[in-house]
Design a protein around this ligand. Sequence first.
Ligand SMILES: [Zn+2]
Length: 628
Amino acid sequence: MIQKGIFSSSGRVFIVWFLTLMAVSAAFPADHVPGVFKPFRVLVIIGDQWEDPASYLVEMPGSTGQYSGYDAAPEVQGPCDFHHLVVLLKSWGIPFDVIRLDQQYLDRYMFLDMSGNSKYGTIIWDVNVSEKLLPADFSIITEMINHYGIGLIGLSDRISQPEIQSLLGLKYIGGWESNDKLMSTDIHFLTRGISSPMEADSGVELNHVQRQQVEILKGTVTVVNQGPFAQVTAKEYPTGGRTVWIGNDHNHMFSYQGLRTLLRRAITWTIGYNLYKTWENDVIMIMDDPGGASSAWLKHWHYAGLSEQMIEDFLIKPLVEHKAVLNINFVPAFVNDDKMQLEPAWTQQFTDEFGTRHDNVSSKKGYDKGVKMGVFEVMCHGLTHMQPDLVSDPGWYGTHLEKERSEVGWYREFGDTRRLQEIPAAEQLWRMKTAMSWLKEQFGKTPLEFCAGGLGTSVTYFNNTAKLAAQAGFGWCDWETGYLGRDLVVRNWKFFGTPESPLMIPVLPDGHDFGISRDPGKFTAIFDQYPRHRFMGMNEFIGYLHAASSSAWDLKEEKLTIDVAYDPHYCQDFNERSTTWNLEFADWLLQEAGAVSSVKVDGVGIAFSGIQVQIPQGTGEHTIEVMF
Ligand SMILES: [Zn+2]
């Protein structure tokens, strides 16, 4: 076993020493200095904050049912720290796993592979106090930091365990309300470039936000203060293990852009490096409804779809001019009232009972042009935008325009808003999968975003519309609902319009082709509302959310290799687009390993500016090799 003293020597000495060791033992030894060259993966450890016992659906917890006394309704928010963490890690593309201590027993091999090498570069500790937690031996965490050099990031008041406080180098006292400003102290890697005082996102009420109070122990550095109390601290261990505590209120801490950036920086600092995505001045503009049947039947939503000429003049032309993409939720099927059945949408040509002429063949020609030119992105707005059951009482087929036809509840598909009940899971799934394959056949593109018509959805666990859409293979749900994947479904997504997520905006004037059919000239005003913004495609965002990174160190060649895998389905946008990631190194790693001497992407040397790395187009596996 390696002795402590060796770890504190300089990196160069270590590497020479290590190479000597390599000469003696040919295989990569299990007991190498673990705390310097760490794997790129984060382990999130929580208590019982994950409401889904099946560990798949991540939702923002609702009210606990308790009254705060500040409002007329019981509005005390359930704990949302875990939800926010998942949104942040997913949005940055940082790979992670979750351990939940309400269902799992802490075990050394949660952290180590069979050969005894650490599998994680850092741990995010977010374990609440709850009677529902199983017995846990927290000394395992002490061993992981002290012996294996894994990093530890403790959050807010989720640090009640004495072993965790000791590792963070502090004693927890308690939390009380304070709106004092969060101020950076000295210059530290963790706070570099982060504005001080930190600003909360607009609309966040800070008067009832808790500040935590801790006693700082010897060897711990205070990085951020809130009034007279430390609110972010850092500590280094001779093994290379590093620990960070980020205080403030567990429900509100990530309302501060500064603390979000600081969490990401803490991941870099505890692992030594980080590959992550951020979004700056990026917007996703969305239009709903082309192909939908409600335009022919619903009196208050009645209009003729856009003609080929209108699409060319009022959409394609300005989009090309502004190098912009319009993301369109198409409806691939139409309900034929005479035949009492659904049919493909784009062959329909008829005059409705209001006397309006519908020519979907002309619309389709226009949409096809935009799709071919890359200014329209094909997304899925369900199959028909209408109830699956149009027959049962009170029935829709053949009814009067001023009676059942004028009830908006008929024009929803994934929740029965006419009869106030859910749609069975298998029926939803068939509609989703059929819509995906019909749209692929109609436009030659596989839609990756699913948006339920009129947001009519089913919410109980087995019928949950978002969960079923993930099962159907979609990668994002609705305009703003969130991430869909084989690993997780994350609803109530957050941080739109910040570095964590592009802003979702409705097409002018009303987010639908309805508005454009009445006032097509309004469309271009969006470019004045968001000057200097990039109007990007939804599938690009989905591709980044589904990218999978992992890393390996080759100490003989002093080389770090980060693999970035793009799934051929979810990341299909990258077949036609290069991708850009931020590659960040902690100051200490560059001291230990030496400065970056070269960076290769897919085996080809690139000029590395110290910030961004560009990966050539193509799905599948890519490699970033960093030589020190
Ligand atoms: Zn719609």
